[in-house]
Design a protein. Structure first.
Length: 414
């Protein structure tokens, strides 16, 4: 039996105890784990420092390092995230429907845990805490496989959680981390049928597509975010600059950051110098079409690849379009179905954009950075699903459960 198969069996065994855990006990465990996380800050930060130094030595830089780096403040945010999950309503056991048939059978449907959830992710250590907290509250064990760049950090964080749950009388194996980051281990995890009930990838396009194409375990595809903002001719231009700057520069390394800017040709000569100066003051490289390059000094010519790229960096592709139709068609061609926004004062254009743009989240006059479980009021989230089955958009607690039918009879036969 391989290491992963053994982990799968232990997780499956541990999930039985977790599936019937009361809500008060779950909340106690989450709050205790939050305090344990804070208590182990020094050890976690030391492990993270090693990961960051190794990443820098290998030539990694930019937004990737930001995603990888933990600070005391970020550990406090991780702990607060666990407390927030404790405050959320428990979806497990929720009765969705109940009816009595003509033959006297009473048929109901209720939410139940998935069982064992696998998560393959890259260099964001906060995912470790989010996954642990959400899966625990949703009643499922979790097996985590992080990227090699965050290996020491993930090991340290999971060790804290395992000790915490054991102290409160639960099996430590409700949370496990794969002990190596080889490609072979990832491939094996994608085929852990019979142990994993669902597999969730979180990371860049390469990771997500690898899991989608190779997994025999059911997959929830989380989002690559080639997110667009279209500035319509009626937009409030000062507001538009503020929104674009927030969406692009507040945290460029995340999936809900704006990667592509579309501007109506009737305002291009006024708006592009405004937004171009603001972006360049934040060291954002502007890759534009011919019209953009003729207006914004210092911008460089965009290629076809630029229109379809999720940069996760201080780079934005920019195009001037003649009208709403051209903007929508551009988005239809290049969108990854994550988050799209229109900035406009025209109600009809806003409604057309909402109705005709196909994405998990579609905005009017707001930053795409709000596509987030916490911002939507769900608490922490496990990722942003860009598929249409079983979940779409920010995946909170309910999206980490499944349902089953319960039937009461008094002797009926068919």
């Amino acid at each position: 039996m391989s290491v992963l198969t053994e982990m799968g069996q232990r997780a499956k065994d541990a999930s039985v105890a977790l599936s019937v855990l009361s809500t008060p006990k779950k909340n106690e465990v989450l709050c205790f784990a939050a305090e344990a996380l804070l208590g182990a800050s020094a050890e976690i930060l030391a492990a993270n420092k090693g990961d960051v130094e190794a990443a820098l030595a290998s030539g990694i830089k930019g937004a990737f390092i930001d995603r990888l780096t933990l600070t005391q403040g970020r550990i406090e945010e991780m702990a607060e995230g666990l407390r927030q999950v404790a405050k959320l309503d428990d979806p497990v056991g929720e009765v969705l429907s109940m009816k009595t048939l003509d033959n006297g059978l009473v048929i109901g449907q209720k939410r139940v845990p998935m069982g064992v959830i696998g998560i393959i992710f890259e260099a964001r250590p906060n995912v470790t805490a989010d996954a642990f907290g959400l899966c625990l509250k949703a009643g499922s064990a979790v097996i985590l496989r992080g990227g090699k760049e965050a290996f020491q950090t993930n090991q340290a964080v999971v060790s804290v959680f395992r000790q915490a749950v054991e102290k409160l009388g639960l099996p430590a194996d409700i949370v496990q981390v794969v002990p190596d980051t080889s490609r072979e281990t990832a491939q094996e995890m994608m085929r852990l049928n019979g142990y994993l009930d669902v597999l969730i990838p979180r990371g860049g396009a390469g990771l997500i597509q690898s899991v989608v194409q190779n997994s025999t375990v059911p997959v929830i595809e989380t989002g690559v975010g080639n997110c667009h903002i279209f500035v319509d001719e009626t937009a409030d231009l000062e507001q538009a600059v503020a929104i674009v700057m927030n969406a692009k520069t507040q945290r460029p390394g995340v999936c809900n950051a704006c990667e592509s800017l579309l501007v109506h040709e009737k305002i291009a000569k006024i708006f592009l110098p405004m937004v171009g100066e603001a972006l360049q003051n934040k060291s954002v490289e502007i890759r534009g079409d011919e019209a953009t390059c003729s207006i914004i000094s210092g911008s460089v010519a965009a290629t076809e690849e630029d229109w379809e790229t999720e940069y996760t960096d201080y780079i934005i592709s920019t195009r001037v379009v003649k009208d709403l139709d051209e903007a929508i068609n551009h988005i239809r061609k290049y969108s990854t179905g994550h988050s799209e926004a229109i900035l406009t004062e025209n109600y009809t254009n806003a409604q057309r954009f909402l109705n005709e743009v196909d994405a998990a989240a579609v905005y009017v006059n707001a930053s795409t950075r709000f596509t987030d479980g916490g911002q939507f009021g769900f608490g922490a989230e496990i990722g942003i699903s860009t598929q249409k089955l079983h979940a779409r958009g920010p995946m909170g607690l309910k999206e980490l459960t499944t349902t089953k039918y319960i039937i009461y009879g008094n002797g009926q036969i068919r």
